[in-house]
Design a protein around this ligand. Structure first.
Ligand code: GLN
Length: 237
């Protein structure tokens, strides 16, 4: 059975593994640097990026994760995983947290606000639909979600989202946040691809729609035992 690594320090790694299983692929929990030498490709799940960064430091994973990305091995970061992969992160309480980097973008860690401002929405993702077929939109689950504020020339924007008109920066946002949002963007970026790096600000593993996972498996030349993606009931715990 084909295998995919899933960084299993914290967050929704079990949910990713459940989706991979539905696609006929084995998700392997990754916690040690040496595991990254043999695994390919890798998913970095959502969760809480500062906690995940502290655990990654504790297990000495950052050098191996950077090497993994720099070697051009396929990697997909969802939500906190996206923050990990960004070259630059801003947003309150960032506090110089360590990043893996490699994705030429600036991400705002908590752009859409706190837990109670989490939301779901239908996203237009033409690239996903052209490769995977299925419904015209994808259900984006945004939980304390980040957003990408700007990207470099090599980055392909896969989905964006209009900034809510009532969106205001919270009072404890840093001066840097205010400066970076001063141009009052009408849209922010929520899904990108840069070569072998895929990143989504939302959580496809919490939906019944397996198209993002299927898309990523194709990036990694991984073939599951089932032929194609599908929309079936999720095994979300
Ligand atoms: N904004 C969160 C963070 O900073 C990420 C939230 C998520 O992964 N659902 O880690």
């Amino acid at each position: 059975m084909a295998v995919v690594g899933v960084l299993a320090l914290q967050g929704s790694f079990n949910e990713h593994i459940a989706v991979l299983r539905r696609l006929g692929v084995k998700g392997v929990e990754i916690r040690k640097p040496e595991q990254l030498l043999t695994i390919n490709p890798l998913i970095i799940p959502g969760g809480e990026s500062t906690t995940m960064a502290k655990l990654a430091q504790y297990f000495n994973l950052f050098p191996a994760l950077r090497e993994f990305v720099q070697m051009g091995k396929p990697v997909w970061g969802t939500c906190a995983g996206l923050i990990f992969l960004a070259d630059k992160a801003t947003g309150q309480k960032t506090g110089g947290q360590e990043l893996v980097g490699g994705l030429d973008c600036t991400v705002h860690r908590n752009f859409f606000g706190s837990q109670i401002q989490s939301f779901e929405t239908e996203l237009a993702v033409p690239e996903l639909v052209s490769k995977e077929g299925g419904p015209e939109t994808f259900r984006g689950v945004f939980i304390r979600a980040p957003a990408i504020l700007d990207v470099g020339p090599e980055v392909q924007v896969l989905a964006d989202y209009p900034v809510p008109s009532d969106k205001k920066l919270s009072s404890d946002s840093s001066v840097e946040d205010k400066k970076e949002n001063a141009d009052e963007k009408s849209k922010v970026i929520v899904a990108v691809r840069q070569g072998n790096i895929l990143a989504t600000a939302f959580h496809p593993e919490l939906t019944a729609d397996t198209r993002w996972h299927s898309y990523f498996l194709k990036m990694g030349n991984v073939t599951g035992e089932e032929a194609s993606s599908s929309v079936v009931p999720a095994e979300v715990s």
